[in-house]
Design a protein around this ligand. Structure first.
Ligand code: G1P
Length: 289
């Protein structure tokens, strides 16, 4: 079955980016010149996703506004003859149909995904976490859809993480590795280095089958007192095979200050229009240190 729906959880407070996130959603902070969430939506669209559900919360209206038509702005740009800017603005609202649902209480990623139950229905679906921007040749979620089509099983986007960082991620234990695909045997949310069964981390991309909703309904709070998606996926292992996939691409965590800075610098350097001049600027700057 083709994957046509994606869910983007974007309900968190963004406390690691305060004070910038006091009165605006972290997903709307610009990385170079685009809100962080636009990179995620563009990845999904490039992978052939047709409907996106964003899990939001109070005070996140600007995310929906960003992907909606802005008639007043379009009229002004047209009047001023700014055709390129007008097209850019129109492309954003024409890109895809965005749906949204509010997560009324912050009870964890598993709870956020549960809010997508009605939208998803009986189809397998993609999940792209809003804090994880991945720079790659082929959209990562497309790479994962291709593996899903071959395996017809849930797929977790994974990468090896340094041992000191295992406590930041869902960590996978696996029995077999076939190229870039791992057969998952166990999962644990944010283990200590001593508890971690491996250093293969789940990095913000998932293809999930709809049985997850029944499982989430019965998943008790786990790490941090929150309902964890990792715990529900672990339960799923009793019912069916789950695979980890070591995707091609570099993943950035834009949900904390250092990650945000690194993403901004590296994505600016990768830009054809800004990269060369910015690179020279950084070279000159570092000579002064
Ligand atoms: C979430 C997931 C975790 C995953 C991580 C990837 O954690 O719970 O399993 O490894 O995203 O970014 P969060 O970073 O939202 O606390």
């Amino acid at each position: 079955m083709k994957i046509k729906k994606a869910v983007i959880p974007a309900a968190g407070w963004g406390t690691r980016l305060l004070p910038a996130t006091k009165a605006q959603p972290k997903e709307m902070l610009p990385i170079v010149d685009k809100p962080a969430i636009q990179y995620i939506v563009e990845e999904a669209v490039a992978a052939g996703i047709e409907d996106i559900l964003i899990i939001t919360s109070k005070d996140k209206q600007s995310i929906e506004d960003h992907f909606d038509i802005s008639q007043a702005l379009e009229d002004a740009l047209e009047k001023q003859g700014k055709t390129e800017l007008l097209e850019m603005v129109q492309d954003i609202s024409e890109m895809i149909t965005i749906h949204s649902v509010r997560q009324k209480e912050q009870k964890g990623l598993g709870h956020a995904i549960y809010c997508a139950k009605t939208f998803v229905g009986d189809d397998p679906f993609a999940v792209l976490l809003g804090d994880d921007i991945i720079h790659s040749e082929k959209p990562v979620i497309q790479q994962m859809i291709e593996i899903y089509e071959e395996k017809e099983a849930p797929i977790l986007g994974c990468k090896t993480v340094p041992e000191k960082d295992v406590s930041k991620y869902g960590i996978v234990n696996y029995s077999r590795r076939d190229g870039d695909v791992y057969k998952v045997e166990d999962m644990v949310e944010k283990p200590s280095a001593a508890e971690a069964p491996s250093n293969l981390g789940i990095l913000g991309r998932y293809i999930i089958t709809p049985e997850i909703f029944d499982i989430l309904e019965n998943t008790p709070p786990g790490k941090g007192g929150e309902i964890q998606l990792t715990d529900a996926l672990k339960t799923m292992l009793d019912q069916r095979e789950v695979f980890g996939y070591d995707f091609e691409g570099k993943r950035y965590d834009v949900g904390n200050k250092m990650g945000f800075l690194k993403t901004t610098v590296e994505l600016a350097l990768a830009r054809e229009d800004l990269g060369p001049e910015f690179k020279q600027y950084l070279k000159d700057l570092t000579e002064d240190f």
